[in-house]
Design a protein around this ligand. Structure first.
Ligand SMILES: Nc1ncnc2c1ncn2[C@@H]1O[C@H](COP(=O)(O)OP(=O)(O)OP(=O)(O)O)[C@@H](O)[C@H]1O
Length: 327
């Protein structure tokens, strides 16, 4: 990214717990204003990486720099964490017996009262917490706790926000409210953010760039479009969405394609694959049609239900959309 200030930089970070390696040679740059999603399966090392970036844990090797200055090891400091970088853990760490408003205000206790009042009102509005401002934190729902923790962490306008699975355990309504709150924050505050998730839909929707973590290594980093449309291998392709294996008979290569790239054709002579419908599943905004022939099965999407189980289908796709495993 040209002329963009790097807020946070991790260089060659490695970490083991005992003799078990968890992170291996991780290097990441976080430019000002960027939202970086770390996408990985459970156990891939996401939370460990976030704790190292948030200065709650030291790496075994490598360094962390903030605005170009290398930070000393956490173990050499009196307190963990760093004011300009706020990490929100999955446990939220609110004061359970204090109200939402008190929790948020606490972060601003040393500020001018007029400014504090204005800032708290602002944060309550953006995070849609006005109606529960006098509720004790221990009585809040998971979604409200999540938003209170975000509002509390953002009170002092940190430069970098680190979110551990922000959408985990939220129902659809609360996901939308949180999503709106995050959108509001992105517009209002030019803040950088690293969030970790195992949900590809969240990573694709919220990231400027996605880093895919597998067994403690970053195997791809790119825009959501790059990672989804040009995955470096079938692992990234499967992690970011559905795929069909095609397996090219001529070349013998293992090939695959996204279901949405497959089209139905009425002309058998134009089809590249034919088979019978085995299952039809409704996903709200589309139907998933699963078909099979002697060689294997294939799924494709329809936006209306115009097929029945047992129907014969002729399918086609562009060779541009076929990806080769391992490339
Ligand atoms: N304090 C610890 N001591 C020993 N092993 C740990 C410790 N913390 C994490 N681990 C192990 O390190 C690996 C990576 O854990 P981490 O929590 O970073 O992964 P994750 O990708 O965030 O997983 P999840 O999505 O399930 O939270 C896991 O195998 C975990 O069991």
């Amino acid at each position: 990214m040209k002329n963009t200030k790097i807020m946070l930089q991790a260089s060659s970070i490695s970490k083991s717990y005992g003799s078990v390696p968890v992170l291996s040679d991780i290097s990441i740059d976080l430019p000002a204003g960027e939202w970086l999603g770390i996408l990985g399966e459970s156990g891939s090392g996401k939370s460990t990486l976030l704790k190292i970036l948030g200065r709650f844990l030291d790496a075994d090797t490598g360094s962390i720099s903030f605005k170009g200055n290398e930070l000393p090891p956490v173990s050499s400091e009196l307190m963990r964490g760093y004011d300009a970088i706020k990490l929100i853990h999955q446990e939220f760490e609110l004061f359970p017996n204090q109200t939402v408003e008190e929790n948020i205000s606490y972060s601003l206790r040393f500020y001018d009262p007029a400014y504090k009042k204005e800032r708290v009102e602002d944060l309550l509005e953006i995070t849609a917490l006005g109606s529960v401002r006098n509720q004790k934190a221990k009585l809040l729902s998971g979604g409200e706790k999540q938003r209170t923790a975000i509002a509390k962490s953002l009170a002092e306008q940190p430069d970098v926000l680190l979110l551990d699975e922000p959408f985990a355990h939220l129902d659809n309504h609360n996901r939308r409210v949180l999503a709106d709150a995050i959108e509001g924050l992105r517009k209002q505050q030019k803040m950088s953010c690293v969030f970790v998730t195992h949900e590809s839909a969240d990573a694709l929707a919220w990231s400027d760039r996605i880093a895919v973590l597998k067994d403690g290594e970053i195997i791809q980093i790119g825009t959501p479009q790059e990672v989804y449309n040009k995955p470096v291998n079938s692992y990234v392709a499967e992690l970011t969405g559905d795929i069909n294996w095609l397996n090219d008979q001529e070349s013998g290569k293992k090939t695959f394609i996204r279901p949405e790239k497959i089209k139905r054709t009425k002309h058998p002579e134009k089809s590249k694959w034919s088979g019978k419908v085995q299952a039809i599943r409704f996903h709200g905004n589309h139907w998933e049609v699963r078909c099979a022939n002697k060689q294997g099965d294939l799924a494709f999407y329809r936006n209306r239900r115009d097929l029945e189980i047992g129907d014969e289908v002729f399918l086609t796709y562009s060779s541009r959309d076929v990806m080769v495993a391992g490339e």
